[in-house]
Write a protein that binds this ligand. Structure first.
Ligand code: 9UX
Length: 71
């Protein structure tokens, strides 16, 4: 199980945070998602056999926001 932190861009209200959470938690292999609106960050617990950082970022992009892994 991987535990990764991402910078998330484009969130300005609590509903934005909920949109990002929903977009990521629906992905196969995701165990837990926590999005912080104020800090613009997100942590995701996921099975790296099923999902990659790039898949997670792509899902956030599709929801209308941006995400990048924090290295
Ligand atoms: Mo709030 Mo976010 O009204 O895309 S949902 S700004």
């Amino acid at each position: 199980m991987a535990h990764e932190t991402f910078d998330v861009g484009g969130m300005t209200c609590a509903a934005c945070q909920a949109h990002v959470e929903k977009a990521v938690c629906n992905l196969p292999g995701v165990e837990d998602v926590s999005v912080n609106l104020l800090s613009g960050s997100m942590t995701v617990d996921f099975d790296e056999q099923e999902l990659s950082d790039a898949d997670i970022c792509a899902a956030v992009d599709r929801a209308g926001y941006s995400a990048a892994p924090v290295v």
